[in-house]
Design a protein around this ligand. Structure first.
Ligand code: AGP
Length: 605
């Protein structure tokens, strides 16, 4: 997720763009850059790796003039966060500049074609491909060149283009958000509303497939074929803080609802055209390993616990999950045939970083599942698979967990296919199911009102139990963690079959028990376990699929979740548990985004 701002009008563009980027820095802060068009023969650019403050310092000594400008604050997806990979990206003659939020899925073949056509690339980004494509199509009409360039591109993008010979900025949207601000003899474009609020509250939210030709005194909307489109002008009544949360009351809730889009970004470009394979661009040889060890902390650990099931069941490789904080003190036995997968949203968790170092000391191959490019773990691991979840502001991890699960699904399929353990039909079935997950998660979140009622009813309970079997035991663990870390209610998770070995002594009429009872080979056993708990007067809150007609007999409340392949069900089931935790903490009027005692990244042991 990146922040984009464009301006054309009577003010100094650099001031407006930098101010807008400051209000969008929550969308990414790996690097930042700005281009302005003045009366010179070429665009003027300043761009720097690092936070926006570094760009602001550079602009003090190298101020940019002009009433047209575009700027970008980056969340790196392709290419390290350094100066040359920062946006804007310019054409070789510095007449054309592009900024982009999203992922160009087919950038590699396009880059190869453009290089063979004589284009010189200077960065490792996918975005630079767009600059050279527009250059290739430009014959004086900027909009036409952008339209023709985008016809060759597949992926998600919010794109803004500036050209020194045209007193316009051109914007185009496909999946990634973009909004136009309407001013008096000035106009704006940005990734999100906060950048616009100091100047205007009249906005147009672009739809997928929209293009905009933005001039000082006019805005022309069209589709990518040039057909005029009409869009509603909205008036924003949010304050600035609400706007950063896109109108949601908390970042955590915003990030829960971002999950369908995040999944599209995590999967972006990684499904092969044959519908049976995935393309992860990893250097590891899947046939060089005979064992997998996954290690992480907290929520990332629970994603790894799901990953353990997936890799064993799909790729048939012995796999174990290890707590990062215990790993190196346990003196594990690893060797060059072990693949150690470390998982970390921040890439800075010291427990996980030290576990990685222990694995490397023992000669294991290492792979990281990460969200933040340029993080400490990314610099020490052999290879990384990025989850593209964008900055996660809420301390309680939601969208990053969802994206980690998606990453493990991809890795399990990739290993299984490379080792001939996963048939065409099963691979195709899993990939089809994965492609449906953004919609299924969106559907699961529609239960929010019902979940909120349950949260209201039990928000004052002292204890909760979460039960899950098989691949959804980690889902129960994550659900319990979400609840306890933001509502401060004591919540524990158990493998459902484990209850009878002691924990069932805890059950009484004051104990809400969340039981995951979605479609599974273990469904009948789960029902038996639920009956055991019900017989002790426990309050049963079941998660079940819509077609389950018997679950209500055994439950006090049923939260319906869309049905999907069991190996993918953790992705759908967790969304309901995230909402249960959020609605509980919200009703307790607690600090949902910054719970007591916690930090977003734990960099101490
Ligand atoms: C998740 O809700 C918690 N905030 C915490 O458990 C977190 O998952 C853990 O500290 C690991 O962080 P990381 O993914 O950045 O390594």
């Amino acid at each position: 997720m990146c922040g984009i701002v464009g301006y054309i009008g009577h003010r100094e563009a650099a001031d407006v763009v930098v101010d807008g980027l400051t209000r969008l820095e929550y969308r990414g802060y790996d690097s930042a850059g700005i281009v302005t068009a003045d009366s010179q023969a070429q665009l003027e650019v300043v761009k720097r790796a690092g936070k926006l403050s570094i760009l602001k310092e550079a602009l003090k000594t190298n101020p940019l003039k002009g009433n047209i400008g575009i700027g970008h604050t980056r969340w790196a997806t392709h290419g390290k966060p350094n100066d040359v990979n920062s946006h804007p990206h310019l054409s070789e003659d510095s007449k054309l500049a592009v900024i982009h939020n999203g992922i160009i899925e087919n950038y590699m073949p396009l880059k190869a074609k453009l290089i063979s056509n004589g284009h010189d690339f200077v960065s490792d980004t996918d975005t630079e491909v767009i600059v050279h494509l527009i250059e290739e199509h430009y014959q004086g009409d900027l909009v036409e060149a952008v339209q023709n360039a985008l016809k060759e591109v597949t992926g998600a993008y919010a794109l803004v283009v500036s050209h020194i010979d045209h007193e316009v900025i051109v914007a185009a949207r496909a999946t990634s958000p973009m909004v136009i601000g309407i001013g008096e003899n000035e106009n704006f474009v940005a990734s999100d509303v906060p950048a616009l609020l100091p100047y205007t509250r009249k906005v147009i939210f672009l739809h997928d497939g929209d293009m905009a030709l933005i001039k000082k005194a006019s805005i022309e909307l069209s589709d990518f074929d040039g057909n005029i489109v009409e869009r509603e002008i909205s008036t924003i009544d949010w304050d600035a803080e609400a706007a950063e949360k896109s109108g949601y009351e908390h970042y955590m809730l915003k990030e829960i609802y971002e999950q369908p889009t995040v999944l599209q970004n995590t999967f972006g470009g990684r499904f092969a055209a044959n519908g049976m394979d995935v393309e992860l661009d990893l250097g590891l040889d899947p046939n060089s390993i005979n064992r997998v060890v996954i290690t992480a902390a907290g929520t990332a650990y629970y994603s790894g616990a799901v990953g353990e099931y997936l890799i064993e069941q799909v790729a048939k490789i012995p796999t174990e999950i290890e707590l990062a904080s215990e790993f190196r003190y346990r003196k594990p036995i690893l060797d060059e045939n072990t693949l150690c997968i470390v998982v970390s949203q921040s890439g800075e968790t010291i427990d996980t970083l030290e576990a990685l170092r222990e694995a490397k000391r023992q000669g294991a191959k290492t792979l990281a599942i990460l969200n933040v490019k340029g993080s400490s773990i990314s610099r020490e691991v052999d290879d990384s698979l990025y989850i593209h979840a964008g900055p996660e502001i809420g301390v309680a991890s939601t969208k990053a967990y969802m994206a980690m699960l998606a990453a493990f699904e991809l890795i399990a399929i990739w290993l299984g296919r490379a080792r001939a353990e996963l048939s065409d039909s099963v691979a195709s079935e899993l990939i089809q199911a994965l492609r449906s997950t953004p919609g299924l998660v969106e559907h699961a979140l529609e239960e929010r009102e019902h979940i909120a009622q349950i949260a209201e009813q039990f928000k004052d309970k002292r204890d909760y139990l979460f039960l899950g079997r098989g691949i959804n035991f980690p889902t129960a663990l994550e659900g319990a963690l979400k609840l306890k870390e933001i509502s401060y209610i004591h919540a524990e998770a158990y493998a459902t079959g484990e209850m009878k070995h002691g924990p069932i002594a805890l059950i009484d009429e004051n104990m809400p028990i969340v039981a995951i009872a979605t479609a599974s080979e273990l469904y009948e056993k789960t029902i038996s376990n639920i009956q055991e708990v019900k017989a002790r007067d426990g309050i049963i809150i079941s998660l079940a699929n819509p077609d389950d007609e018997q679950i209500a007999i055994h439950s006090d409340h049923v939260i319906r979740v869309p049905k999907v392949h069991e190996l993918i069900s953790p992705m759908i089931n967790v969304a309901s548990l995230q909402l249960l935790a959020y609605e509980t903490a919200h009703r307790l009027e607690l600090d949902v985004d910054q719970p007591r005692n916690l930090a977003k990244s734990v960099t101490v042991e």
